[in-house]
Ligand binder design. Sequence first.
Ligand SMILES: NC(=O)c1ccc[n+]([C@@H]2O[C@H](COP(=O)([O-])OP(=O)(O)OC[C@H]3O[C@@H](n4cnc5c(N)ncnc54)[C@H](O)[C@@H]3O)[C@@H](O)[C@H]2O)c1
Length: 358
Amino acid sequence: MKTYRAALIGCSRMGAFIDNEVAHNRAYSHAAGYEACDRTDLIACSDLREDVLARTGERYGVPKARQYTDYRALINIEKPDIVSVATQPEQRAEIAVYAAEQGAKAIYAEKAMAASMADADAMVDACERNGVFFNLGTNRRWDPGYDQMKAVIDSGRIGQLKSLIIHQTGSLFNSASHSFDLLMRLNSDHPAAWVQAHLSQGADAIAGHILKADPVGHGIIQFKNGVTAYALNSGRGLEVEAVGDAGTVTSLQNGEDWQVREVVARDHRGRNVLGWGEFPKVEQESSTVRLIEDLVHALDTGEPTRCGVRLARANQELIFAFVESHHKGGARVDLPLKDCPYRMARDFAPRQPKFERE
Ligand SMILES: NC(=O)c1ccc[n+]([C@@H]2O[C@H](COP(=O)([O-])OP(=O)(O)OC[C@H]3O[C@@H](n4cnc5c(N)ncnc54)[C@H](O)[C@@H]3O)[C@@H](O)[C@H]2O)c1
């Protein structure tokens, strides 16, 4: 079996060192994912910060000669099969488009996909024209627990899916990118028809069409298949419930616990009486490794990946639809967006990753 050559661009937290921050010991950063996957080798890395680059090389065994401050040189010289783009969204499109145009066969891009819809469109175009497989780092899409939650929905145990309630959207690019992807996935990636939203923080940092901060928002997403999603910032932490006409399935404490309620009896009027059901067993696995294995499978077989560049774009479009709805006083915004002039352009320094586990 072929081993694919992977390169990492952006070697900070999600790129290489977030494993030192998370409670579990499953590979979470891109670099740890490539190390844990037996079909990939991390052969080169790039970062603008030389200390971060050197520590990445040291930790993951990438020699000095294959550490680059210029990502273009990395791509031109190393010609990797898979390129990870774990920078902030502002730099994503430029790097992803270059990788797609210069021969990368697969891209693992962090969320949020991009800083503007124009950037997202450029990424779609470059990937589709060059036949490049794409996955977005919305990890829950590859998390075994959420797979089981989706299996409960798809099995019909909770009846016809009516609504989805997620309790944490947070800042749109950083957090809602995860939440929106999860809502999309649980609803089998049916397209959205419209959104209505409010920005509770960060609206004052929108100057013209420039977002100088990542705004915090909540709102409603109406999907075309009739399912309504309520994207809240209730204070409950990341918990999500799928409500069917014959039960519910709920993820608690960010996927640590799960509950099913299903029909156990009928009352005197023939209405459903719900009782506790059993949630299927969850075998924990690294969602990052599963995402990478999904890319490997696509490269082996030519079959599409679980996310793909179009769903990543749809996720990005929901983010900007929330911004647009707020801008219009909470009005309903129909999708697809026609013209979207917004762009996020923050002025902030990257954080220092934790090189060691504390
Ligand atoms: N999937 C997840 O659960 C998860 C968790 C954390 C962060 N993230 C996402 O990962 C991304 C990165 O987050 P972070 O906290 O690691 O960011 P960070 O700001 O700490 O690091 C970004 C790194 O990219 C580098 N960089 C910027 N421009 C570059 C270029 N042109 N060439 C090479 N390197 C360049 C910077 O020097 C920096 O080291 C963000 O989009 C974030 O939302 C995802």
